[in-house]
Design a protein around this ligand. Structure first.
Ligand code: NDP
Length: 479
């Protein structure tokens, strides 16, 4: 299967006819190729987007809303095809892609189809000066959207939908390791009748294709989700050009468990928040802190529950944990596990590659629980982004707050307690963009989404995204 770029409403080969292999992580086999796009392909995508902008930015909000709804409906109609593509490309269980990834991609378009009809700006009357100020929210022009491999269509559409809803035209790049659903989105946009050039999708490597988007002098805003190091690099490139930047980066999120929690709910959710999507979600709670009085019980029960998870072929119905996304990523995750002993940590469960019958060359790793003795170790300080969690006991609120905040990241935090005062205290003091109390990954698309510290700059979601993708202009009229 040979994928193509989607530029100006048509599929086309990369100009230099250069291709990259695309792997199926569940078997380790190459199953297709994707364009290794160059600067020239990005320039062509920009040209198409710039050509479409005058007309797209002057469409009515109703027209845009209807088109976004149409795209959403088509994603839902093609759910089975898209979910299979996502499972094959990423290695995630088909059940997860069917229940979460693809419905969320449809929801992203539907949400912004609605949100744009409700988006409004402020007016300020300057009393005594006979003047009225109002804010125009105008689309920026051509914007760049760059997304990672862990939730491919889910995160790709989370950027594209608000960008085009607000009247921008887009040059977008999915991760090179998970290009398939982005390719299929091009077909869906054609079918929905999205005007040519409004969305352009270029495939290729981050360091060349992605870099060309970030460096393009006329692409005025970049919405990026990915690793912290890549985010820092993008910021360095974009800052001298004064581009608007939204950076959603890595996380090393604490999961804090007090003895007074609803234990069974906490246990089930903690299994999910640790290992959903093979632990490859930026919001996974990878550092688990448990109140001393229930530590031994938790350890035993958690290991038991995790041992029941079935690692297997993403296409098997009873698979809970699929394949990691790539050979390189598997090696990286294993290299962290292998340093456990020298860090004074102990692998309590897992830590080994799993051979799956019929998929012997796939990238499977058993869910891994590591007991650490300090929060300062590498295992607790660096993002592993795989099916690996650490556990550690604590005695006091003050102590665990320190552990939770003593990390360079600040994306999300989960707290388990039935004490209202403690919930409020921790919600205020945790250094994280998102705090979940007695739940995890319960999302409402109207809320601000993003991180503090090295987890990013800016917020996505609801009006935050529409604000990012528009330029506010103050108009002052004296009468
Ligand atoms: P990367 O930072 O490696 O890549 C993200 C995207 O950026 C990919 O499309 C990549 O292309 C591209 N890219 C790489 N280098 C450049 C460059 N120089 N210029 C422009 N684009 C570039 O992240 P991963 O794909 O490995 O994703 C995992 C990371 O994403 C984790 O750190 C995770 O925490 C984070 N993440 C954050 C989320 C959040 O909302 N905060 C949500 C989900 C993930 P290519 O793949 O082709 O190299």
């Amino acid at each position: 299967m040979k994928l193509q770029n989607f530029i100006n409403g048509a599929f086309c080969d990369p100009i230099q006819k250069d291709w990259i292999d695309n792997y199926n992580p569940s078997t380790g086999a190459v199953y297709g190729s994707i364009p290794n796009s160059s600067q020239a392909d990005v320039a062509a995508a920009y040209k198409a987007a710039a050509g479409a902008f005058p007309s797209w930015s002057s469409t009515t909000v109703e027209e845009r809303s209807q088109l976004l709804s149409k795209i959403s409906n088509l994603i839902t109609a093609k759910l089975a095809i898209l979910a299979k593509a996502e499972a094959k490309d990423n290695g995630k269980p088909l059940s997860l892609a069917t229940a979460i990834d693809i419905p969320r991609a449809a929801a992203n378009f539907q949400f912004f189809a609605n949100a744009i009809t409700q988006f409004s700006s402020e007016a300020h009357e300057s009393l005594g000066k006979n003047a009225i100020n109002f804010t125009l929210r105008q689309p920026i022009g051509v914007v760049g959207c760059i997304s990672p491999w862990n939730l491919p269509l889910y995160l790709f559409t989370w950027k594209i939908a608000p960008a085009i809803a607000a009247g921008n035209c887009v040059v977008a790049k999915p991760s090179e390791v998970t290009p398939l659903t982005a390719y299929l989105l091009g077909e869906i946009c054609q079918e929905a009748g999205l005007p040519n050039g409004v969305l352009n999708i270029v495939h290729g490597l981050g360091k060349t294709t992605g870099q060309a988007i970030v460096e393009h002098p006329q692409i005025k805003a970049i919405s990026f989700t990915g690793g912290t190091q890549t985010g820092a690099h993008i910021a360095r490139v974009a800052a001298p050009m004064f581009k608007k930047l939204s950076l959603e980066l890595g996380g090393k999120n604490p999961n804090i468990i007090f003895a007074d929690c609803d234990y069974e709910k906490m246990l089930d959710t903690t299994v999910r928040s640790s290992f959903a999507n093979q632990g490859q979600i930026c919001l996974c709670g990878s550092r688990i802190f448990v109140e001393q009085s229930i530590y031994t019980k938790f350890k035993k029960d958690f290991i038991q529950k995790v041992s029941e998870l079935k690692v297997g072929n993403p296409f098997s119905e009873n698979t809970n944990v699929g394949a990691l996304v790539s050979k390189e990523h598997l090696a990286k995750v294993k290299s962290y596990i292998n340093t456990s002993e020298e860090q004074g940590a102990r692998v309590l469960f897992g830590g080994k590659e799993v051979s799956v019958k019929g998929c012997e060359n796939g990238y499977y790793l058993s869910p891994t629980i590591i007991e650490v003795s300090t929060n300062d170790c590498v295992l607790n300080q660096e993002e592993i982004f795989g099916p690996v969690v650490t556990i550690m006991p604590f005695s006091t609120e003050k102590e665990v707050l320190q552990y939770a905040n003593n990390v360079k990241y600040g994306l999300s935090a989960t707290l388990w307690t039935n004490n209202l005062n403690r919930s409020m205290l921790f919600s205020k003091q945790l250094q994280a963009g998102i705090v979940w109390v007695n739940t995890w990954l319960l999302r409402d698309l109207r809320t601000p989404f993003g991180g503090m510290k090295e987890s990013g700059v800016g917020r996505e979601g609801g009006n935050e995204a529409l604000r990012f993708f528009t330029e506010p202009k103050n108009v002052c009229i004296q009468y």
